[in-house]
Design a protein around this ligand. Structure first.
Ligand code: GYE
Length: 338
C-alpha cells in the first residue's frame, strides 16, 4: 500500500518536475531529469543568486557536488541576481512539493510571504550564505554561512595595525588616513555586516576617514569602474577596504593603469580568498585577504537531510574562516580551488 503511495507521489513529482524545469529554464535553472540523478528519495530545491563571482560559482559547485555525492536530487534555480526570480523559484519548489528548500537570499528583506507559503505547504527552509530579516523567525529552520560582521572587524583590525605609525603621528601632522570602501550588493546581509564590523573597529579613531563608499555589486567590472572614478577624485587614498576579491581585482587593474602600485601606494584589504587574491597577496599587490568559505555544500546537504527526516537543526551555524596576512609564510596556503 505504502509502496503504491510513494509511486504515485513520485509520478506526480516527475510530471510537476518536467513542468517546473521548463518554466525555471527562464531563470537559468539547470534542467536535471530523474534519469540523471539517482533517486535518493529526498528532493531539495536550491535557489542560488547567480554567478557574479568566483566565490559564487564555487559555492554552487560545492552544493551540486555534495548533492550528487549523497544521492540527493537537487532542483537548482539560478536567479541571475534578481530577487523576483528567487521568489518565483521558491514558489515553484513549493508547487513541486520538494522535501526541503535551501536558498541564498540576495537581500535581507522581502521573504515573509513566500516563506509563509512554504510553511503552509509543510516544507522546511534552510537559509545559507546570506541572512534574512523576517518578522517571524520561525519561518525558516536555521542558517549556515559566513560571519560577515567578523570579516569586517578583521579588515578593520588589519587597517588599524597597518597604519599604526601614521596614527601615532596624527596629533602632530593632522594627516588623515583616507579609506575607500568597495561595497557589496546593496541590502545584502554580507555587505551590511562587513561594513558594520569595519566601522565598529575604526570608531573612536578620528584619524581614519572613509572618503568614498559605493556598491560594486561584488562584480570585478564594477570594481574597476569605481576605482577609475575615485582615483580621478582623490590623489591621497591610503587604503581600500573591498567587500570581495572580484571588486579588488578590478580596482587593482585601474590602480596600475594609473601608474600606482597596489599594495604599496594604496593598501588593499579584501574578502573571499579566491586563488587570484592569494596570488595578488604573494605578488605584494594586496596586503590582507580575509577568507569567506564558499565550500559549504556538504554541510548544506547534511542539514537538508536532517530537515527532511523531521529533525531540528542549529539556528545559526558559521563556517570556519581564516585571515591571510602579507607577513605570513604564504607558501603554506593550499590551492584555493576557486
Ligand atoms: O563575498 C562574494 C559573492 O554572499 C559571501 O557574494 C557571499 C558574497 C561573496 O558574490 O564574492
Amino acid at each position: 500500500m505504502i509502496h503504491d503511495k510513494n509511486r504515485i507521489r513520485k509520478l506526480f513529482r516527475i510530471i510537476i518536475f518536467t513542468i517546473l524545469t521548463s518554466c525555471l529554464v527562464g531563470c537559468g535553472a539547470q534542467k536535471k531529469s530523474f534519469s540523471q540523478a539517482e533517486d535518493s528519495g529526498i528532493i531539495v530545491g536550491f535557489s542560488q543568486i547567480g554567478a557574479e563571482s568566483a566565490w559564487r560559482t564555487c559555492n554552487t559547485r560545492s552544493v551540486q557536488d555534495a548533492a550528487a555525492e549523497r544521492g540527493v536530487q537537487l532542483v537548482y534555480a539560478n536567479a541571475e541576481q534578481k530577487q523576483e526570480n528567487q521568489i518565483k523559484a521558491l514558489r515553484s519548489f513549493i508547487a513541486y512539493q520538494v522535501d526541503v528548500i535551501a536558498f541564498i537570499p540576495i537581500v535581507t528583506d522581502g521573504w515573509d510571504n513566500v516563506l509563509q507559503e512554504a510553511r503552509d505547504a509543510g516544507i522546511p527552509v534552510l537559509v545559507t550564505d546570506r541572512k534574512i530579516d523576517v518578522a517571524d523567525q520561525s519561518l525558516y529552520a536555521g542558517f549556515i554561512g559566513t560571519d560577515s560582521l567578523k570579516e569586517g572587524r578583521d579588515a578593520g583590525l588589519f587597517i588599524l595595525n597597518k597604519f599604526k605609525d601614521k596614527r601615532e603621528r596624527f596629533a602632530e601632522t593632522n594627516e588623515y588616513i583616507n579609506i575607500v570602501e568597495l561595497f557589496g550588493t546593496e541590502g545584502s546581509s554580507v555587505a551590511i555586516g562587513r561594513a558594520e564590523g569595519f566601522r565598529e573597529v575604526l570608531k573612536g579613531h578620528p584619524e581614519f576617514r572613509i572618503v568614498y563608499s559605493k556598491s560594486g555589486d561584488f562584480l570585478r567590472s564594477k570594481g574597476y569602474e569605481l576605482a577609475v572614478e575615485f582615483l580621478g577624485m582623490y590623489d591621497d587614498i591610503d587604503a581600500i577596504f573591498s567587500h570581495n576579491d572580484g571588486m579588488s581585482l578590478g580596482a587593482i587593474e585601474a590602480i596600475e593603469e594609473r601608474g600606482l602600485r597596489p599594495g604599496t601606494d594604496i593598501v588593499i584589504v579584501t574578502i573571499d580568498a579566491q586563488q587570484a587574491a592569494i596570488d595578488a597577496l604573494r605578488a605584494g599587490k594586496v596586503n590582507c585577504v580575509i577568507e569567506c568559505n564558499p565550500k559549504t555544500g556538504p554541510e548544506i546537504i547534511k542539514l537538508a537531510e536532517r530537515l527532511a527526516a523531521g529533525e531540528n537543526i542549529p539556528r545559526l551555524q558559521y563556517v570556519h574562516e581564516e585571515v591571510f596576512y602579507e607577513t605570513d609564510d604564504l607558501s603554506l596556503i593550499e590551492p584555493r580551488g576557486y
